[in-house]
Design a protein around this ligand. Structure first.
Ligand SMILES: Nc1nc2c(ncn2[C@@H]2O[C@H](COP(=O)(O)OP(=O)(O)OP(=O)(O)O)[C@@H](O)[C@H]2O)c(=O)[nH]1
Ligand SMILES: [Mg+2]
Length: 380
């Protein structure tokens, strides 16, 4: 679904056909955003940056500051209300622990995928109740995947996790800490990431580009061209060389500005999330991702039957795969051993046959000799 006419400065929803706008505006919209990625890539910092640049007051102020330097160790949910013009958004942001930095932590993305599935499951169960009142809805409308700014390409772990996320939610890839790459390296890196995403068939969010007016269409194209979005996060206000106070990161060579389009795509990403495509993200979650989940569950379970955790649990699938691999390896090993043993037996048989042959010919010789001896005896 397209969010309808979109204004450049206000939230897209303010321009919806009147009736729909009234309904949504009265109730407010729930929008849930999740951040995922390896450890220490600035996920928590990004959330704080988004809050401080978007919302003046938000709940959990203290908690936010406590989170600043700490490693995130569990899934953390923060709610904030966002008011733009006459329209209200109840924003829920889900911060997740980073993974992949040491061996034991490699699989810690599994609970994140499970969390997403669980939200679909919980919503589906509420829908099946006879009294369908206000539902508790934590379905993830948009999931930002943080990519380490290596300058090379996506890692196998990224590909694996992104594939699983892309089939479940609106996946938006972002390049973390964009200030650590030169503009040229950043462009090359972006291109490589896009190529791998295409080659690996990773499903990423594609926002509708066509709009009613030309300038909106142009802006949408501009936003989409920036994917994967390069991000700079910062909780500090710093002073630029020309004396402006901005959110940014101070370096000896100058300031990397969060909200400067020449420095990174933070503004474009925020525009896509909060302004232009929020409704589309919500609608595609409902119509595509939730629907896919619901249908898959309907095909495998009877109405009201509890979810068979094991069957669709990615962790279980993982275990099953590694078990199968181990089993195949064992079988191969045994087959090899058997083949070697068989060859050994054949060689042994050949050797014995040869021995037997030579024994036979020896016997033959002896028999011949015996015959000759007997004949000469008879003649005497
Ligand atoms: N250069 C640079 N550093 C950043 C940026 N964003 C965050 N950092 C720094 O990176 C470090 C880790 O940031 P966090 O926000 O805690 O990272 P995280 O992804 O939440 O880490 P985990 O919770 O462990 O997964 C901190 O020292 C931040 O100041 C950025 O855009 N550029
Ligand atoms: Mg964190």
């Amino acid at each position: 679904m397209s969010p309808g006419p979109i204004s450049t400065n206000g939230i897209g929803i303010a321009n919806l056909p009147n009736q729909r706008h009234k309904i949504v505006a009265k109730r407010g919209t729930n929008f849930t955003l999740m951040v995922v990625g390896e450890s220490g890539l600035g996920k928590t910092t990004f959330i704080n940056t988004l809050f401080t640049t978007t919302i003046k007051e938000h709940k959990n102020q203290n908690k936010r500051h406590a989170k600043q330097t700490d490693k995130t160790v569990e899934i953390e949910i923060t709610k904030a209300e966002l008011e733009e013009k006459t329209f209200q958004v109840k924003l829920t942001v889900i911060d997740t622990p980073g993974f992949g930095d040491y061996v034991n932590n490699r699989d810690s993305w599994l609970p994140i995928v499970e969390f997403i599935d669980d939200q679909h499951e919980s919503y589906m169960r509420q829908e099946q109740q006879p009294h369908r009142g206000e539902k508790l809805d934590l379905r993830v409308h948009s999931c930002l995947y943080f990519i380490r700014p290596t300058g090379h390409t996506l890692k196998p772990l990224d590909i694996e996790v992104m594939k699983r996320l892309g089939s479940r939610v609106n996946l938006i890839p972002v390049i973390a800490k964009a200030d650590t790459l030169t503009p040229n390296d950043l462009e090359t890196f972006k291109r490589r990431v896009r190529e791998v995403i295409a080659a690996q068939n990773i499903q990423v969010y594609q926002c509708p580009i066509e709009s009613d007016d030309e300038s909106s269409t142009k802006r949408n194209m501009n936003i989409m061209a920036a994917m994967p979005f390069a991000i700079i996060g910062s909780e500090q206000d710093v002073t630029t060389a020309d004396g402006r106070r901005v959110k940014g990161r101070q370096y000896s060579w100058g300031v990397a500005e969060v909200e400067n389009e020449d420095h990174c795509d933070f503004q474009k990403l925020r525009q896509l999330l909060i302004r232009t495509h929020m409704l589309d993200l919500i609608a595609t979650t409902e119509e595509t991702h939730y629907e896919t989940y619901r249908q898959a569950q309907m095909e495998t379970r009877k109405f009201g039957e509890p979810k068979q955790k094991k069957l669709d649990n990615p962790k279980f699938k993982e275990e099953e795969e590694s078990l199968r691999k181990r089993f195949t390896e064992q079988v191969k090993l045994e087959e090899n051993r058997f083949r070697q043993w068989e060859q050994h037996l054949i060689a042994e048989r050949d050797r014995l046959n040869k021995d037997l042959e030579s024994e036979h010919s020896h016997i033959k010789d002896l028999e011949g000799e015996l015959e000759r001896l007997q004949a000469s005896m008879r003649r005497k």
